[in-house]
Design a protein around this ligand. Structure first.
Ligand SMILES: NC(=O)c1ccc[n+]([C@@H]2O[C@H](COP(=O)([O-])OP(=O)(O)OC[C@H]3O[C@@H](n4cnc5c(N)ncnc54)[C@H](OP(=O)(O)O)[C@@H]3O)[C@@H](O)[C@H]2O)c1
Length: 185
């Protein structure tokens, strides 16, 4: 087994919904800033983090923001060649999560790996032996969603706290949420 540890990061509402019509059901600026901070920060300034996403999540990022900066962007698709033709060379396009992990294994300059969605990729990652932690923003409201986060098996994952991740309730407008971290036992 490779040494690459997978960190999942997601925001889900009360019904575990994460998306609707190919986009996010909410607009939460501070939550987005948390996502950017967690996926970008490195201990070793000579290194960079990798983010792994499904092709639909890639599609959901506005053109001007992708690839997401200061991170190695890896996109999963069954149509590797056609996607490669449409993205810049720095974007890594692979046909499976295992190939993404193999790629990261060959890049000692990558410090940590973040799986950023959507549901298919989260499911593959949560069931993968290299899955380590799930950073889940638990939104205390219900939104209309058509895409959901997979079940977290509480026998396998337990709640932890980490420096730099606030435990108290966060509020933006009339939406409130908690940053939770689940670690695999
Ligand atoms: N709330 C959150 O934290 C969050 C995070 C991310 C995304 N989202 C939302 O979730 C939605 C998008 O997610 P989604 O679940 O519909 O799609 P997705 O997982 O982003 O992308 C699905 C596509 O990725 C490729 N793919 C996925 N798993 C693969 C695998 N194991 N091997 C090879 N290819 C694989 C396939 O691409 P091809 O069809 O090209 O073969 C598949 O159709 C959007 O609404 C987005 O806004 C929410």
């Amino acid at each position: 087994m490779s040494k690459v540890k997978l960190n999942l990061i997601a925001a889900a509402c009360e019904n575990m919904g994460i998306g609707v019509n190919g986009t996010l059901p909410w607009r939460l600026k501070k939550e987005m800033a948390f996502f950017n901070k967690m996926t970008t920060k490195v201990k070793d300034p000579a290194k960079t983090n990798a983010i792994i996403m499904g092709r639909k999540t890639w599609d959901s990022i506005p053109n001007q923001f992708r690839p997401l900066n200061k991170r190695v962007n890896i996109v999963l698709t069954s149509q590797v060649n056609s996607l490669k033709e449409n993205v810049s060379e720095e974007v890594i396009v692979v046909p499976s999560l295992d190939e993404a992990i193999e790629y990261i294994n060959g890049r000692p300059d990558i410090e940590s790996t973040w799986v950023i969605g959507g549901s298919y990729v989260y499911k593959a990652a949560i069931e993968h032996p290299n899955c380590d932690k799930i950073y889940l923003t638990e939104i205390q409201n219900t939104f209309n969603c058509d895409i959901f986060f997979p079940n977290i098996d509480k026998q396998k994952f337990h709640l932890i706290e980490e420096d730099g991740v606030p435990t108290e309730k966060q509020t933006e407008g009339d939406i409130s949420y908690y940053f939770r971290i689940y670690k695999r036992l």
